[in-house]
Design a protein around this ligand. Structure first.
Ligand SMILES: *[C@@H]1O[C@H](CO)[C@@H](O)[C@H](O)[C@H]1NC(C)=O
Ligand SMILES: *[C@@H]1O[C@H](CO)[C@@H](O)[C@H](O)[C@H]1NC(C)=O
Ligand SMILES: *[C@@H]1O[C@H](CO)[C@@H](O)[C@H](O)[C@H]1NC(C)=O
Ligand SMILES: *[C@@H]1O[C@H](CO)[C@@H](O)[C@H](O)[C@H]1NC(C)=O
Length: 394
């Protein structure tokens, strides 16, 4: 008796080799051998079950299923399950295929050689169930300031899949549970965290890993749905308007659920007849002075309400220049101040230069005091004295 080892093919890297030596007829020692290997198949897939023969002498080869029903009797079908097909029967190998493998097909398949002594080997078939994309369930509607509870579910795997939660590529530790349903496992992973309005529409991902996926992952992304009270903000298409201009006031709205209705009003007055409401926009195709007023847009959802106001001042076309200067007043003021400062500086420099020049003219020394008076006058009266001074000095 000598065990023989040979490399064997298996679907998922399982190698199982067994050899036996059979004592054959007529007193001579014939080394006859059958080898079976363990096989793993994904549910629904096709399993290949092989019995390797060595020094086969024409004995009857029988293949049986785990409940010991004969599938093939020396190459002839015995069981009417057409999912089993004999694909090869040579001196070296008997090979059958099982298509659409089911969990019930699991177990030991017998390869038997009927000689004087009956010997068999068992190929163990394992059916595995990889996960689909996991399911995500939310316990109840999340509202800002509250908490959200998300459950990731992989309802049927074998062996049990591993579920993980991620947000921004960081893992969120959850609570995992495992339930056995016959041969498969139902896995859940629940997370719970507090949420704010900024979390609305953020993405969290649940990822299932499983040996049958060979390193790949099955992912399900979930967009957080966090309800919050609305906000309203009026944006005018232009800030300065005069009679005849077109103006659109847009009420920018947030909120979850998003407010469906925007209520436009004018304080202490009715909306002008010419104003039109189109969606979130109140539009004035041609403004008139009578459109002056404080306009308000108001929105609400079940979590609260919000409104914004806009004071509309319609200028008549003549007043527009005066009005426009109001806005950049600080800028213009600044520029003016700078200009005045520069003029003063130039004047001081000029006066200083003229005094030095004056000093070099010995003939004019006597009138020095007058000169200084002139300079001071020039300083106080501004640039107009400039010319006069030059003439005076030359
Ligand atoms: C084949 O499967 C059987 C039954 O599960 C197990 O006892 C045996 O160790 C397996 N052999 C190999 C090589 O995995
Ligand atoms: C069994 O089948 C093989 C292959 O077809 C054949 O060579 C052998 O003679 C058969 N044995 C018997 C006992 O019928
Ligand atoms: C609206 O009327 C109220 C009372 O009549 C008054 O106090 C308020 O100032 C008015 N508002 C505007 C924008 O005219
Ligand atoms: C609208 O407001 C402007 C600026 O306050 C004012 O000059 C004009 O008379 C107002 N028109 C009406 C109709 O109230």
């Amino acid at each position: 008796m000598a065990p023989a080892l040979a490399p064997a093919l298996a679907l998922l890297q399982q190698r199982f080799v067994l050899g036996i030596v059979l004592l054959a007829t007529a007193g001579t020692v014939v080394s006859q051998e059958v080898q079976a290997e363990n096989v793993t198949v994904v549910e629904g897939g096709t399993a290949e079950i092989s019995c390797h023969l060595h020094q086969y002498d024409g004995s009857i080869v029988v293949i049986q299923n785990p409940v010991r029903q004969t599938l093939f009797f020396n190459g002839t079908r015995a069981l009417k399950d057409t999912r089993f097909q004999l694909v090869e029967f040579t001196q070296k190998v008997v090979k059958i295929h099982l298509s659409d493998a089911k969990l019930e097909d699991e177990g030991g398949y017998f390869c038997q050689l009927y000689t004087e002594d009956t010997h068999h080997q068992i190929a163990t078939l394992t059916v595995i169930v990889p996960p689909d994309n996991p399911l995500v369930e939310v316990k109840e509607q999340a509202v800002e300031g509250g908490e959200i509870e998300l459950t990731c579910i992989s309802p049927r795997t074998r062996p049990a899949a591993t579920l993980r939660w991620y947000r921004d590529r960081k893992e969120l530790k959850g609570f995992t549970s495992k339930q056995e349903n016959g041969k498969t496992f139902s896995i859940t992973n629940s997370i719970r965290f507090s949420v704010d309005r900024k979390d609305d529409r953020d993405i969290v991902t649940c990822e299932a890993s499983h040996p049958a996926l060979k390193g790949q992952k099955k992912q399900t992304q979930y967009e957080l749905d966090v309800q919050f009270s609305p906000t309203a903000n009026i944006q005018p298409s232009q800030s300065l308007v005069r009679e005849g201009d077109e103006l659109n006031l847009k009420c920018e709205v947030t909120g979850n659920p998003r407010p469906t209705e925007i209520i436009w009003t004018r304080l202490n007055d009715s909306l002008p007849e010419r104003a039109q409401i189109q969606g979130d926009v109140l539009s004035f195709p041609s403004l008139s002075l009578q459109d002056n007023g404080t306009y308000s847009c108001q929105v609400s959802n079940k979590h609260g309400r919000s409104s914004d106001q806009y004071v509309l001042v319609v200028y008549d076309p003549g007043a527009i220049i005066e009005a426009q200067t109001q806005v950049p007043y600080a800028v213009i003021g600044g520029i003016l101040a700078l200009l005045v400062f520069l003029v003063i500086c130039i004047l001081i420099v000029m006066v200083w230069c003229s005094v030095r020049q004056k000093g070099s003219y010995l003939t004019h020394e006597a009138s020095g005091l007058d000169e200084h008076g002139e300079a001071r006058e020039a300083f106080l009266n501004g640039g107009e004295n400039h010319k006069r001074k030059e003439e005076f000095f030359i």
